[in-house]
Ligand binder design. Structure first.
Ligand SMILES: Nc1nc2c(c(=O)[nH]1)N[C@H]1C(S)=C(S)[C@@H](COP(=O)(O)OP(=O)(O)OC[C@H]3O[C@@H](n4cnc5c(=O)[nH]c(N)nc54)[C@H](O)[C@@H]3O)O[C@H]1N2
Ligand SMILES: Nc1nc2c(c(=O)[nH]1)N[C@H]1C(S)=C(S)[C@@H](COP(=O)(O)OP(=O)(O)OC[C@H]3O[C@@H](n4cnc5c(=O)[nH]c(N)nc54)[C@H](O)[C@@H]3O)O[C@H]1N2
Ligand SMILES: [Mo]
Length: 917
C-alpha cells in the first residue's frame, strides 16, 4: 500500500481494530465495514457508545451507513475531490495541529525551483512524458525533489536533489508497470537535511504548495464533482476538526472503495495528508485503518507473494537496474538514514536463510541466484499476455480469476490459451470448469487447456500462521487430517520443491544452483499428532513452525544450549550483514524468540488494553505504528486522555502502554550530528523512523502519479474533469485496450451510468466459498443490482424483475433491487445515475448468475497495477439477456440435512467462554 508507505514509511494499517474504540470520530470512506468486517465493527460501535461521531461517505447507503451518525453519498471515484475539500477546509480555517505539523511533518521542507504543480500545468505536474492519456513522470526532470539534499554520487544535479535517478522503479517498469508496495527505494539519497523554512512562509515550502494545490477544492466545487451538498462537506470537515488535536483523535478507515481505482493510491495519500495535518498519526484512536480483506492478505504482501518484492519489502533485483552485485544493489536500494540504513543486514540475512552454508561472502551470499525481474508479472499484465497466448502453464492456488478477476471474460480467455493449468482448491470453481461450463465460452472440444484439479485441505485441516489487518501474526491449529486425497498447500509446495531438487541433483549448470542450494529441510522431527493424540495419516507434511523460525531468524555463530541448534534472534536489531545471522523476513523477527516460544500462538489477556501478549504484531510487537508521535516533541503525552508512549526522564527511556516504535533510549532532545547515518541520523523528535528524515510526508515525491493527490476522473466516466478539463483521467494509467477489453474513455456518452461493485456479508468474493453452500445461498439467493427508483422509472425497470447491464466488456442479467440506497446525483449541472453490483455470482456452484466482473475492465494504476472495479461506465436496460444461461454445476443440499443440526458444545466454542464486549 504505497499510499501509506509514501506518507508514513510503512504500507500497513497503523493502528489495530480494537483501538477504534478509543476514537472520538471515525470517518469510514471506501469501506462498508459493518458488512465486510462485521466482527471488527464492534469496536467502532463501542466508540459510538462512548459518544464518538461516526461518519460514512459512500456511493450507497449501506449497513455501515445505517449505524453511522452522518452519511454522505458521493459519486464513485470522486473521493480525492471530497478529501481535497476536507484538506482545504483544515488549511483555510486554520484548524491544523500546529505543533504537530511543524515538528513531525515535512511541511517546512523547500521543494526545488523547477517544480510545477498540477495547478500550474492544467492537471499535470512537471516532468511529464506522454500524450496525457498514458505516460509517465520523470521526477528528477520535474524537480520534484527537496532543495538542499545533495547527493552527487547518485547522479544528482548541481543544485542538489533528493531524488535517486528514477524513484522506485522495478524491472516491470520496462513495460511501464508498477513499483513494489512500499519498498524501501525512497527517492531520498542524501543524508543531508533539506532546506527548511520553519515559518512556513517560503513560497516553495511544502506547506505553501499544499495550500495552493488544494485551494480550488472549495465546498461548491466539491459538490459539483461529487454530487453531495457543500454543507455536507463542511459538516464532515467540522466534525473531523472538532475531534482532533491534543485531547481528541479521529480515525480514518478505508478498504476497497479507495484501493480499486486508478487513483486509489492518491486517495489514500490524501487521507494521509489529512491525518498528518490534524495530528492524528501515531496516537490512540487515530491513524489510518486499512481494512484488509481475506485472511493473511497482509501476510502475503509481507512475505512477497508480490512478484517484485522479496520478503520484508526488499525490492526484487531487476534486470534493467544496477543490481548485478550485492554491493550495487545495496547502494542503489538501501538508504543511508533511518531504519532502512540496515538494508544490507536484511538482504544478507535473507540470503543466508534461503541458501544456508552455500551463501558465503565470496559469492555475494548467493545474491546472483535471485531471479531478476525483467517484465511486469502482476496479475493484470500477466493475464493480458496469457490471453494473447504467450503463457504455457499456470498454477492456481486459492484464487478464482475466471470468476473474480477484473474483466473475468479476458481472464477465462487466458486460461483457455494455456497448455496446462493446475488448480488447487476446495471447490470446482469457474477457473477449473471454464472449459465445460462457461456459457459465454466456445465448446469444450475447441479448448486445448489440460486442467489438473488438486483437492486442497481446508483451514481446520492444516496449521500455520496468518497475518491480519493489524499486522498481527496468529497461529491456527490443525483440528483434523484433510479428507481423502486433499493436502495442504504447504504439503504440495514442499513436495514439489523436493522433487525438483531431486530432478536437478548433480547439475553443474549455473542456472540450477539457486534451486540446488535452497535450504529445504522442514521435515517434522517427531511424527505430527492430531489434537486427540493420534498420529496424523498424512505423510510428508512440512513442519511450519520450522518455517516460522527460519522467518524469525537465527544467530548462526551461537548455539542454543537446549537445542544445540543456532540460537534464535529476538529482534531484527540483532541481524548482521556479515553472514553470521539468517532471517527469512526481518519484519517478522521476534515472533519466535526462543525454541519453545512461538508468540503467534500466545493468547494471554492482561490488564494492558493493547493486549501485547495476544499474538505478535510486526514490527517488534508494536501495536500502534509511529507511536512516538503520541507524545509532544519534548516527549510528554499531548494529553492525559490520549497518552500512549512517553519519555520517562528518570529512567531515561520511552515507556507507556505500547512498545515504542522508536529507539527506547533516544531522548527527545537528541539532535543528530552532521553526517550521521542510520538511526543516529533520526532526531529524538522524529517519529516516522522508516522515512529517511523521520518525518511524515505531506508532500511525497516517491509516488509515480505525482507528489500531491489530484482529482482525475476514472478511466471510464460519463463526465469530464471539472477541476482540470484538459486532463480527464490520470495521465499515468496503463490501459490494456483490445478486442477483449474494450474501454469507453472519459467522458463517455455510450455508457452514461456509473457502476460500482460491492460485497455482501452472506457471500465471499467471487463466491466459491459461499455459492457451494446451501444455507448461504438461501440467505442471498440471486444476483441483483441496486438502482434508484428514478433510474428504474426512466428505463421502465420494475423492482425484483429482470434488468440487463452492458459495458464495453460484456453484458449480464440480474434482478432489479430498486432502492433509495442510491440516489441520482447532480454532477456538473446534470443528473448522473449510479448502480451498485455485488460480484459474488458466476457460473459454478449450486446457484449461478450474472457476474459483475464480466463487465469490469483491465486498467492499471501506475503504482501497484490496481484495476478500477469500483468505478466504471455502463448502460442499464429493462429485461433479460438473450441466449443461453448457466445451470448449477452442483446440486443443492436438501434441508434438513441428514442427522439433524449438530450441537456444538460451549467448550468447543472459540475460547470456550461466552465473552461479549
Ligand atoms: N462477508 C464478506 N466479508 C468480506 C469479503 C467478502 O467477500 N464477504 N471480502 C473481504 C475482502 S478480500 C476485502 S478486500 C474486504 C473489502 O471490504 P470493503 O472494501 O469494505 O468492501 P466492499 O463492499 O468491496 O466496498 C466497500 C464500499 O465501498 C463503496 N464504494 C464503491 N466505490 C466507491 C468510491 O468510489 N468511493 C467511496 N467512498 N466508496 C466506494 C461501496 O459502495 C461499498 O459500500 O472485505 C473482506 N470481508
Ligand atoms: N468487481 C470486483 N471484483 C473484485 C473485488 C471487488 O470489490 N469488485 N474485490 C477483489 C478482491 S479485494 C479480492 S481479495 C479478490 C479475491 O479474488 P480471489 O482471490 O480469486 O478469491 P475467491 O474468489 O474467494 O477465490 C479464492 C479461492 O480459494 C479457495 N481456497 C480457500 N482456502 C483455500 C486454501 O487454503 N487453499 C487453497 N488451495 N484454496 C483455498 C476458495 O475455495 C476459492 O475458490 O477479488 C477481487 N475482485
Ligand atoms: Mo481483498
Amino acid at each position: 500500500m504505497p499510499g501509506l508507505g509514501a506518507s508514513f514509511g510503512r504500507g500497513a494499517a497503523t493502528n489495530f481494530q480494537q483501538d477504534m474504540a478509543n476514537s472520538d470520530c471515525i470517518l469510514f470512506m471506501g469501506t462498508n465495514t459493518a458488512e465486510a468486517h462485521p466482527v471488527a465493527f464492534r469496536w467502532p460501535m463501542k466508540a459510538k457508545e462512548n459518544g464518538a461521531t461516526l461518519i460514512h461517505v459512500d456511493p450507497r447507503f449501506t449497513r455501515t451507513s445505517a449505524l453511522c451518525d452522518v452519511f454522505v453519498d458521493i459519486r464513485a471515484g470522486s473521493d480525492i475531490a471530497f478529501l481535497g475539500g476536507l484538506v482545504n477546509h483544515v488549511l483555510t480555517q486554520d484548524k491544523w495541529f500546529k505543533e504537530y505539523v511543524l515538528a513531525y511533518t515535512n511541511a517546512s521542507s523547500i521543494i526545488q525551483d523547477g517544480f510545477r504543480d498540477s495547478e500550474d500545468l492544467d492537471g499535470l505536474f512537471s516532468g511529464y512524458h506522454g500524450d496525457g492519456a498514458t505516460g509517465k513522470y520523470d521526477a528528477q526532470e520535474g524537480h520534484w525533489g527537496f532543495t538542499g539534499c545533495g547527493n552527487q554520487e547518485s547522479g544528482a544535479g548541481a543544485n542538489g536533489t533528493m531524488l535517486k535517478e528514477e524513484p522506485g522503479i522495478q524491472g516491470h517498469d520496462l513495460q511501464g508497470g508498477a513499483q513494489a508496495h512500499s519498498a524501501p527505494r525512497e527517492d531520498v539519497a542524501g543524508a543531508d537535511e533539506p532546506l527548511r523554512d520553519p515559518t512556513l512562509q517560503h513560497p516553495s515550502c511544502v506547506f505553501q504548495i499544499l495550500k495552493r494545490h488544494f485551494a480550488r477544492y472549495t465546498p461548491e466545487v466539491v459538490s459539483r464533482v461529487c454530487g453531495c451538498t457543500p454543507e455536507q462537506l463542511t459538516r464532515v470537515a467540522e466534525l473531523l476538526c472538532a475531534n482532533s488535536g491534543r485531547e481528541r483523535t479521529t480515525c480514518i478507515a478505508y478498504a476497497l472503495g479507495w484501493t480499486q481505482h486508478t487513483t486509489g493510491v492518491q486517495m489514500i495519500r490524501t487521507a494521509g495528508i489529512l491525518q498528518l495535518l490534524l495530528g492524528n498519526m501515531g496516537r490512540p484512536g487515530g491513524g489510518i485503518m486499512a481494512m484488509r480483506g481475506h485472511s493473511t492478505i497482509q501476510g502475503s504482501t509481507d512475505l512477497a507473494t508480490l512478484y517484485d518484492a522479496l520478503p520484508g519489502y526488499l525490492p526484487q533485483p531487476a534486470a534493467d537496474k544496477e543490481h548485478e552485485t550485492l554491493d550495487e544493489y545495496v547502494k542503489h536500494e538501501g538508504m543511508t538514514t533511518g531504519v532502512w540504513a540496515d538494508f544490507r543486514k536484511y538482504i544478507v540475512s535473507l540470503l543466508k536463510a534461503w541458501y544456508g552454508s552455500a551463501a558465503t561472502p565470496e559469492n555475494d551470499f548467493g545474491f546472483g541466484w535471485l531471479p531478476r525481474v525483467d517484465a511486469d508479472y502482476s496479475q493484470l499484465a500477466y493475464f493480458d499476455r496469457m490471453a494473447k497466448g504467450e503463457i504455457k502453464g499456470y498454477f492456481l492456488f486459492g484464487q478464482n480469476p475466471g470468476g473474480g478477476g477484473p474483466n473475468a471474460g479476458l481472464h477465462r480467455a487466458g486460461l483457455r490459451n494455456l497448455d496446462w493449468l493446475v488448480v488447487a482448491d476446495w471447490f470446482e470453481i469457474e477457473s477449473a470448469v471454464f472449459w465445460r461450463s462457461d456459457p459465454t465460452g466456445p465448446p469444450p472440444a475447441d479448448i486445448k487447456t489440460e486442467v489438473f484439479f488438486l483437492p486442497a485441505a481446508a483451514a481446520p485441516e492444516k496449521e500455520g500462521s496468518l497475518t491480519n489487518t493489524q499486522r498481527m501474526l496468529q497461529w491456527h491449529h490443525k483440528a483434523m487430517d484433510p479428507q481423502g486425497d486433499s493436502r495442504s498447500d504447504a504439503w504440495f509446495l514442499y513436495k514439489l520443491g523436493k522433487r525438483l531438487k531431486e530432478l536437478y541433483a548433480g547439475s553443474i549448470d549455473p542456472k540450477d544452483q539457486a534451486l540446488l542450494n535452497l535450504t529445504w529441510d522442514y521435515d517434522y522431527d517427531e511424527e505430527p499428532r492430531l489434537p486427540d493424540g493420534t498420529r496424523s495419516r498424512i505423510e510428508g507434511e512440512p513442519d511450519l513452525e520450522k518455517v516460522l523460525q527460519e522467518i524469525n531468524g537465527h544467530r548462526l555463530n551461537e548455539t542454543d544450549p537446549s537445542t544445540r541448534e543456532p540460537k534464535l534472534v529476538s529482534s531484527f536489531s540483532e541481524l548482521k550483514a556479515d553472514g553470521t545471522t539468517a532471517c527469512g523476513c526481518w519484519l517478522y523477527s521476534g515472533v519466535c524468540p526462543a525454541p519453545d516460544r512461538n508468540r503467534s500462538k500466545e493468547r494471554v489477556r492482561t490488564d494492558n488494553p493493547l493486549h501485547p501478549e495476544w499474538g505478535f504484531a510486526w514490527p517488534d510487537n508494536r501495536r500502534v505504528l509511529y507511536n512516538r508521535a503520541s507524545a509532544d516533541p519534548d516527549g510528554k503525552p499531548w494529553s492525559e486522555r490520549k497518552k500512549l508512549v512517553w519519555w520517562d526522564e528518570s529512567q531515561r527511556r520511552w515507556v507507556g502502554l505500547d512498545r515504542p516504535d522508536f529507539e527506547v533510549g533516544k531522548p527527545p532532545g537528541y539532535r543528530p550530528p552532521p553526517d550521521a547515518t542510520g538511526m543516529a541520523a533520526i532526531g529524538g523528535d522524529r517519529p516516522f523512523i522508516t522515512k529517511p528524515d523521520g518525518l511524515g510526508w505531506l508532500y511525497a515525491p516517491a509516488v509515480k502519479d505525482g507528489p500531491l493527490p489530484t482529482h482525475y476522473e476514472p478511466v471510464e466516466s460519463p463526465v469530464g474533469n471539472l477541476l482540470y478539463p484538459k486532463q480527464t483521467c490520470s495521465p499515468t494509467v496503463r490501459m490494456f485496450d483490445g478486442p477483449l477489453n474494450r474501454l469507453s474513455r472519459t467522458p463517455t456518452g455510450e455508457f452514461p451510468v456509473v457502476a460500482t461493485t460491492f460485497r455482501l456479508t452472506e457471500h465471499y468474493l467471487s463466491g466459491p466459498m459461499s455459492r457451494f453452500n446451501s444455507w448461504l445461498n438461501e440467505l442471498q439467493p440471486e444476483m441483483f443490482v441496486e438502482l434508484s427508483p428514478e433510474l428504474a422509472a426512466e428505463r421502465g425497470i420494475v423492482h425484483a424483475d429482470w434488468l440487463t447491464v452492458v459495458s464495453g466488456r460484456g453484458r449480464i442479467e440480474a434482478r432489479a433491487m430498486v432502492t433509495r440506497r442510491l440516489r441520482p446525483l447532480l454532477i456538473e449541472g446534470r443528473i448522473v445515475h449510479q448502480i451498485g453490483l455485488p460480484f459474488h455470482w458466476a457460473f459454478a456452484g449450486e446457484v449461478v448468475g450474472g457476474n459483475a466482473n464480466d463487465l469490469t475492465s483491465l486498467v492499471a494504476d501506475p503504482n501497484v497495477s490496481m484495476h478500477e472495479s469500483k468505478a466504471f461506465a455502463c448502460q442499464v436496460l429493462a429485461g433479460r439477456l438473450e441466449g443461453t444461461a448457466a445451470g448449477p454445476t452442483v446440486k443443492a443440499v436438501r434441508w434438513p440435512i441428514r442427522g439433524g443440526i449438530p450441537v456444538t458444545p460451549t467448550s468447543a466454542q472459540p475460547e470456550g467462554e461466552p465473552e461479549h464486549g
